[in-house]
Write a protein that binds this ligand. Structure first.
Ligand code: NAI
Ligand code: HPV
Length: 541
């Protein structure tokens, strides 16, 4: 049974999907302190949040059970993404469900600013009738500047065009041709754009580049009487600079749905003249909430029960069907990594992985991550998995590169890995027989056909008669049963160097290893421990 924690208000439609899933148990709590969220997460496989719950590094640290965070909405700035990745937790969101509602909120705020709806209502409540003072401005024929032409920005553009506004925009990731298809005149510089508008709205995420994007310097270059709207994230428009500009009258009106601190304790901006504020209501419609809740519920269920990764922020997305197809390859990658971690000595420098044949057409990045997880799994106390392994490798200066060729060799699929340490190089290659029989097909320069599970006794030897009998007798004397044996000869030639990989049942006593090593034709004896064939990866069930 998977346990899903929900700490923010989620629409009943989404809750029902989860309640109806027999594999999921819900833990719904709200108003938790960060410490309480941390405690509650200890017994959760996944969590669904909106913008109120803050998943900081402290909250996410040491949460071995937690596998996924789903944000029922767009913004993930309340989640420490780097910390989640390090802890091996997948972060996913529901990007499209609240686009229309947030665009409508932006238009509603723009119209309210244009027609002084806020002060008109407030003064009426006070018993006043101030018609002249509250004369507004028409939006038709005016220019709206949109910064950030993503889902919401474009949706605002379409609506504004319906209101007969001219729309200009800035987005470094949008081409002028594509902007033109939406009837938007694209500016190359934000500094130029802000000079040419009557209304300005921001629809970017909050990043290092967008923090304080609208500041005193840029406001100074704007048309007098410009009106500014922020329905994206607090901090994209500098709050103090906006308050100054409202007080001076340079900005005729501003509307914010989002704030650097929510709820805002600093009331200066809220109390500034001609300021309209709403408490982060962009996505708060029945329709948007139902859509994001349903999608969040599906995402967490499909992730936990089918390994599907949808709308991931810190990983490559993969559908359930793709994951089912990838599963044996991910297992093989992991086992090759685990195998090589025990074969090599000295600190790791770099790793090269080569994908050949059918596997080269798949999401090899995930297989590489899985290989890295296997390679590093014995090196860390923390759980190393497909989400965090390459981050750990990078942090340790281990360079992992991959190459692909769809041209098949003798095997239809082949994953080969070479690990270089300060002590030298070691390589191994593997394939999949049938659906999911994993095989080691090459070890250094020796071709063979060995299992990749259980206890493997490996030794190098000279290819002489009688050796197999000797090894069998030694192991037999120590009550060790041989389940499978694979031999590989250098260039497949008799009488030269050879390697043996023996699958043995149970442990091999030190004395047996010493006896095998003592044979004059034998060298490099090693016992490698692999998981049983039937043990799936804990993060891939
Ligand atoms: N008020 C509310 O309740 C809601 C707020 N939001 C917020 O609205 C914002 C936009 O959301 P979506 O349109 O869904 O995201 P999106 O990812 O579709 O669009 C963001 C756009 O910003 C652009 N961008 C990134 N850096 C930029 C920069 N430095 N300058 C100009 N453009 C830049 C990107 O190229 C992209 O086109 C997000 O911050 C999101 O958190 C979203 C939903 C509800
Ligand atoms: O989706 C977003 O980015 C939002 O800002 C909506 O936030 P909410 O889910 O309403 O707390």
């Amino acid at each position: 049974m998977y346990r899903v924690l929900i700490t923010d208000n989620l629409s009943p439609a989404g809750l029902k999907v989860l309640e109806d899933n027999p594999e999921i148990e819900l833990d719904i709590r709200s108003g938790l302190s960060p410490e309480e969220v941390r405690e509650a997460l200890k017994s959760a496989d996944g969590i669904i949040i909106r913008s109120a719950t803050k998943l900081t590094e402290e909250v996410l640290k040491d949460q071995p059970r937690l596998k996924a965070i789903v944000r029922a909405g767009v913004g993930v700035d309340n989640i420490d993404r780097a910390a989640a990745t390090r802890e091996g937790i997948v972060v996913m969101n529901t990007p499209a469900g609240n686009t229309t509602s947030t665009a409508e909120q932006t238009i509603a705020l723009m119209m309210s600013l244009a027609r002084n709806i806020g002060p008109a209502y407030a003064t009426m409540k006070e018993g006043k009738w101030e018609r002249k003072k509250l004369t507004g401005t028409q939006v038709a024929g005016k220019t709206l500047a949109i910064i950030g032409l993503g889902r919401i920005g474009l949706s605002v553009a379409q609506r504004a065009q319906g209101l007969e506004m001219k729309v200009i925009g800035y987005d470094p990731f949008m081409s002028a041709e594509r902007a033109a298809e939406y009837g938007i005149e694209l500016y190359k510089e934000v500094d130029e754009l802000v000079k040419h508008c009557d209304f300005l709205t921001v629809h970017t995420p909050l990043t290092d580049e967008t923090r304080d994007l609208i500041n005193a310097e840029r406001i100074a270059t704007m048309r007098p009487g410009v009106r500014i709207i922020n329905c994206a994230r607090g901090g994209i428009v500098n709050e103090d600079d906006l308050a100054d500009a409202l007080e001076s009258g340079k900005v005729a009106g501003a509307a914010c749905d989002v704030f650097t601190q929510e709820p805002p304790e600093n009331r200066r901006l809220i109390n500034a003249p001609n300021m309209l504020a709403t408490p982060h209501l962009g996505a708060s419609t029945d329709e948007a909430q139902e859509m994001v809740a349903l999608e969040a519920a599906e995402i967490i269920s499909d992730f936990l029960t089918k390994n599907e990764i949808r709308h991931a922020i810190n990983m490559i997305p993969v559908s359930g069907a793709e994951m089912a197809d990838l599963k044996p390859h991910i297992e093989l990658g992991h086992r090759l990594g685990l195998f090589l971690s025990q074969q090599t000595k000295g600190s790791l420098k770099n790793v090269q992985i080569q994908y050949r044949g059918e596997v080269a057409e798949k999401q090899t990045k995930l297989i590489t991550s899985s290989f890295a997880a296997g390679l590093l799994s014995n090196a860390f106390e923390a759980d190393v998995n497909i989400v965090n392994a390459t981050v750990f490798a990078k942090e340790r200066g281990i360079d992992i590169s991959e190459s692909r060729s769809t041209e098949a060799g003798t095997l239809s699929t082949l994953i080969s890995a070479t690990v270089e340490t300060e002590d030298g190089k070691c390589s191994a290659a593997g394939t999949i027989f049938g659906q999911d029989f994993l095989r080691l097909t090459k070890l250094d320069e020796f071709y063979l056909d060995a299992y990749l599970d259980g206890n493997l006794l490996i030794y190098r030897h000279n290819d002489v008669p009688g050796l197999i009998g000797y090894i069998g007798t030694v192991l037999g004397n120590h009550n060790v049963n041989i389940a499978h044996m694979a031999l590989g000869r250098l260039q497949n030639q008799p009488g030269g160097e050879a390697i043996a990989v023996l699958n043995v049942d149970g442990e091999v006593p030190e004395a047996a290893i010493a006896e095998v090593s003592s044979h004059k034709e034998v060298s490099c004896v090693k016992l490698i421990k692999m998981p049983p064939a039937t043990a799936p990866l804990s993060w891939l069930q």
